[in-house]
Design a protein around this ligand. Sequence first.
Ligand code: SF4
Length: 116
Amino acid sequence: MNKQLTCIECPMGCLIEVEVENGAVKSVKGNTCLRGKMYAENEVICPLRVVTSTVKTVSGKMVSVKTDKPVRKSEIFEVMKKINSLTLDRNVVIGDVILANIDRDANLVATQNYND
Ligand code: SF4
């Protein structure tokens, strides 16, 4: 089975064709770089995405956050449930871990400073 993907790793948007046999990647064509090859392999076997969102604070303000690594696309709903259940009750600076291991080894980190 062949799958065609548009690589989203950089603005070039290379069209990549992945040949899959028995659930394993047999070949990858059309990528311009190794990053594209890795993206295509992951996208077919275990798609990953960085999650960006906001967390509420005790003051009512919202703080923007993201995962510091891509998480499994299949787990995004669970990740969003965890994010929505959080209430930040401390000051943070960009990069501070708000929730460790939100999905496997990916942490939820602040992408803005919050000082109330
Ligand atoms: S294959 Fe490489 S050059 Fe092409 S879009 Fe992906 S990251 Fe960019």
